[in-house]
Each structure stands twice: as structure tokens, then as C-alpha cells.
Design a protein around this ligand. Sequence first.
Ligand SMILES: Cc1cc2nc3c(=O)[nH]c(=O)nc-3n(C[C@H](O)[C@H](O)[C@H](O)COP(=O)(O)OP(=O)(O)OC[C@H]3O[C@@H](n4cnc5c(N)ncnc54)[C@H](O)[C@@H]3O)c2cc1C
Length: 313
Amino acid sequence: MNHPVEDCIIIGAGLSGLAAAKSLDAAGLNVLVLDKGRRPGGRMASREVEGAMFDYGAQFLSARDQDFRRLINGFLGTARVIPWFERATEIYYCSPLGMNAIPEFLAASLRVECGVTVSVVRRDGKVWRVIAQDGTVYTSEAVIVTAPLPQSLGLVEIPSDIRSALNAIEYHRCIAILAVLDGPSAIPEPGFLRLSEEPLQTLADNRLKGLDSESVGVTILASPVFSLAHWDTPEAEVARLLIAAADPYLGSGVSHWRYHRWRYSQPIQTYPERFYGLDQTPPLALAGDAFGGPRVEGAFLSGHAAANWLLTK
Ligand SMILES: Cc1cc2nc3c(=O)[nH]c(=O)nc-3n(C[C@H](O)[C@H](O)[C@H](O)COP(=O)(O)OP(=O)(O)OC[C@H]3O[C@@H](n4cnc5c(N)ncnc54)[C@H](O)[C@@H]3O)c2cc1C
């Protein structure tokens, strides 16, 4: 099948890719977003298990930047985003439909193809050839790559000096256990605990958080140290250890659990600029939370900045 030449192809439908796509689309460009996942959202991930809804990637978002706050404020009237709690004058927001509802909503007005794993991005004269694992070739005049950085660097050739700086950026790993309880949890309002003792990082009661759920689901996120040490430990053993550690806060029995592991959870270091732009014809940018900051807001700001740069080319 012959694909038309797109103005821009964006690899990754996480918040950075979708923010970039929104900006370019608003400027009238033809934009295609490709993502290997089954649905948009990347690390803003939600799912249902045995009647309980879970956020098992980003737990909340904060909005310090004006542009991002405008986007979030736009959602507030629509019940897609609610303030969850406030700490040290900062408001932490979540979605009662699950955090994934936010990228899903952004993606709905864009051209997003899911289930497409890009294996290489190659320059061919004045265009980019974006080649998917199944052999499909997409062509565009510009590309923005927003996968976690080690994955982005595996897709595209970039100058060696900048490559070594980007290669130095590492990510925490994170193992998540999605625990369905047979009664209420003992996590106090507002349903979120950040813990300083190993092996736990955070606990969140998704029903207290406001997710529409028949059963109580607690998201247990392991610390970076535990996640690295137990990366290859069998799932059942990891679940046993984490559920035992969380037991004082659970307050009810665990009837079911699911396991998920994030190889690239949050960047430990970040690049000093909001994106990296390969200033040539055709242009290419790398964006994502490794550039904008290790959180949802950082991803948004990075995608937005990369798109604005492309619009000047
Ligand atoms: C467990 C966990 C808890 C977190 N908690 C918070 C929190 O409470 N608050 C907060 O603000 N942030 C939190 N974060 C971080 C936040 O989720 C991220 O910073 C943000 O979502 C990153 O967005 P992104 O667009 O940069 O990357 P991603 O969301 O990772 O999007 C990248 C996309 O690229 C796609 N992709 C990768 N390779 C390819 C390929 N070869 N072909 C096609 N597609 C590809 C992926 O499928 C993915 O959808 C958390 C993250 C995790 C994992």
C-alpha cells in the first residue's frame, strides 16, 4: 500500500507525542501518530481487573506551566480531570475515568495508528522513511520521536557527540502490582501514600481517588531499588513480597492481582533543553519526558516545544 507523504510523523502517542500532534494539527499540518501499544497513552495507563479500575502508570499530574494549566483547566469542566489532593500549595489532578482517559481524549481528534512498532527511521533525500516492523513504509517531511530515550536512540541516526550525551540519560525501573481487595483499604483519604521505606514507593486506592469502580483496587508501586533488584524475579514472588510489605495499609484481603513492569518509568537525569532538534532537511526532533522533565507535564511541554520548533522550519 502506498502511503501519502505526511507533513509530520510522530512516533509515540504518549502525552509528549500527542501534545506535539495537537500543536501541528492546529497549525494545519497533516500529522500521523504511530504507536506500538494497543491504545494511546504510553505511561498514562489504566485498566480494569475483576471490577476494579487501576491507574498503573502515572498516578496524577501537576500543572505549573501556564500552557499546561490551560489544557488541564479546559478539561476540568468535562469531568475528565478532577483535583485529587493538594500538598504544599500544589494541586495534584487525576481523572475519574482513569489517567488514560486524558491521552485518549487528545488522540480522538488526531490521526493515531496503534499497534504499529517502528523499527527504523531513515533519511531518503528530502523525506524521512519510517519503517514499521511489519515492513510498512511511511513517508514524511518531518519526524518527532517521543519514545523513552533509549528506544528512540535505537530508531534513528544522530550525530555522535549528541548521542553520547543522550545515552547518558538513565531511567528508573518500576514494578507495579494491581491488587484487588475484598473490602475497603486502610489507606486514609485522599487515598495516596508516598512511602520512604523499602520496598514500596507509593500506594494508591483507586476508588478513594474517584475512579468509577465496583471493587477496591490498590496500585502498589515498588521502589526503584526493589524494581531493579527483582526485575527477573518470578511475578508471583514479587507480588508476594510487595503485598506483604503493603499489608499494614491494605486493611482487607487481596482477592486478585496483576503484575506490570515498566523498563523506562521515569528518567533519572534530564536533558537541559526541552527537545533535541536535528536541524537539517528533512528535520527531526527527539522529545519526551527525558527533555521536559520526568512527569506528565514535562512530557507535554517537551512535545509542545518540539512542534513549535518544527513550525519554524
Ligand atoms: C509507574 C509510573 C508512575 C508515574 N507516576 C507519575 C505521576 O504520578 N505523575 C507524573 O506527572 N508522572 C508520573 N510518571 C511519569 C509519566 O507517566 C511520564 O513522564 C509521561 O507519561 C511520559 O510521557 P511520554 O510521552 O514522554 O512517554 P510515553 O508515555 O512513554 O510515550 C511514549 C510512547 O512511545 C511508544 N513507542 C515506544 N517505542 C515505539 C516504537 N518503536 N514504535 C512505535 N511506538 C513506540 C510507546 O508505546 C509509548 O506509548 C509515572 C510513570 C510511571 C511508569
